[in-house]
Write a protein that binds this ligand. Structure first.
Ligand code: SAH
Length: 371
């Protein structure tokens, strides 16, 4: 396996046009007054976008046509075009490929989890924060293609708007519903595009017309472990759920599976996550892809259990979704069960993630965006 260089700074390719969703409330009002319109028009526009998930200015019929045209030209440029959507899991999972203004491709995945005893229905969108990814994890499809560029705030936010709209329109089996959860588990490393991701979180959480008014707890930022950015995220005071892609409890193996580990070691990443938990009062998730004969040995389960037992952490095991060209496979079910048993024996809480979207290459780590 060859180590690919880690890329933290995306190349500057065609900057996306400024959009309403890039701006906070004050900046929107300023932009609208600069156009010679009264500031309340900014809020009207935002109510359409964040409150009714309307992205198309032509459909904003509560605005006079001339005002609409002026606002649309300045604040609602077309950010993306849907290339195609594919469905699986009896229509409860839907993956969409988007083409951005400069031709860059990203994917997002919308999933419905029906209500079960003790839990309400959830509709989750898995979004991308970058086109491609520079983190080079060898088992991840996105990681193989390298980084194309950072997405703008609006390019990230608009994936959520489109998903909320699709859910409300009833495109998923089960009829119209309300988008409840957002996970940054699509393409890209969210904490390598920090300022746009932080601005996105504000748009997701702030109540309408500032943003969508989603609950903080229903938003998960997943990271390879960019330690300084985890600290910044805690400073932000947004209290979203943090997920850390650990995949190995020991530095020797993690250096290979998550190459950023050569920069920030397991102990540093866990210390940053502990600090996040202490400051936000939120339990964090440890993601662990189960890769046959690579990271699934009983002794690694014991080591992981010992590391996590004293911490405010929950383990999410992900059966590896093999990517094209990879020689790796998911762990056999008995090996997975033994891994779970050993973690639980140490008092660590564990869940095994379902493999939603597998047949449409829409499962974790399969997003590769080919036109
Ligand atoms: N860059 C972020 C988001 C990545 S996707 C991060 O690394 O956390 C979300 C999760 O899917 C990560 O834990 C990632 O390691 C995992 N993943 C990537 N490829 C996978 C694959 N082929 N099978 C299972 N999980 C995978």
């Amino acid at each position: 396996m060859t180590a690919l260089p880690l890329v933290f700074e995306a190349p500057r390719r065609g900057r996306p046009p400024t959009h309403l969703a890039d701006l906070d409330v004050a900046a929107r009002r300023a932009a609208v007054t600069d156009l010679g319109l009264p500031a309340f028009r900014a809020d009207q526009l935002a109510r359409q976008y964040f409150g009714r998930f309307e992205g198309d200015p032509a459909a904003m019929t509560d605005l006079p046509a001339a005002v609409r045209d002026t606002l649309a030209g300045a604040l609602l440029p077309r950010l993306s075009t849907e290339v195609r959507s594919v469905e699986t899991d009896s229509g409860t999972t839907r993956k969409t490929l988007w083409r951005l203004h400069d031709g860059a491709l990203v994917e997002s995945v919308l999933m419905r989890y029906p209500a079960r005893a003790g839990s309400r229905e959830r509709i989750t969108v898995c979004i991308s924060s970058q086109a491609g990814c520079g983190m080079a994890c060898p088992f991840c499809a996105t990681g193989q293609g390298g980084l194309t560029r950072n997405l703008s705030t609006a390019e990230i936010v608009d994936q959520v708007r489109a998903a909320a709209r699709a859910a409300a329109d009833g495109v998923l089996t089960g009829g119209p519903g309300r988008l409840s959860n957002v996970v940054f588990m699509g393409m890209g490393e969210p904490l390598a595009n920090y300022s746009r991701v932080a601005a996105t979180l504000h748009r997701l959480i702030d109540p309408a017309p500032a943003g969508f008014g989603l609950s903080r707890r229903s938003i998960t930022v997943s990271t390879v472990g960019v330690v300084p950015a985890i600290g910044r995220l805690a400073d932000e005071g947004l209290d979203v759920t943090l997920a850390v892609s650990l995949h190995a409890p020991d530095d020797g193996l993690r250096d290979t599976l998550v190459p950023v580990n050569t920069r920030w070691k397991v102990a540093e990443v866990l210390a940053a996550a502990d600090d996040y938990a202490a400051r936000t009062g939120r339990r964090y998730s440890i993601e662990y892809a189960m890769i046959r004969d690579i990271n699934d040995q009983p002794w690694r389960a014991d080591l992981l259990g010992d590391l996590l037992a004293p911490r405010l952490a929950h383990v999410n095991l992900i059966p590896l979704n093999p990517t094209p060209g990879s020689q790796w496979d998911a762990s056999p079910i008995d090996v997975e069960r033994e891994f779970v048993r050993r973690l639980e024996a140490r008092g660590v809480s564990v869940t095994v993630r379902d493999t939603r979207g597998r047949e449409i290459d829409g499962a974790c780590g399969q997003l590769a965006a080919t036109p």
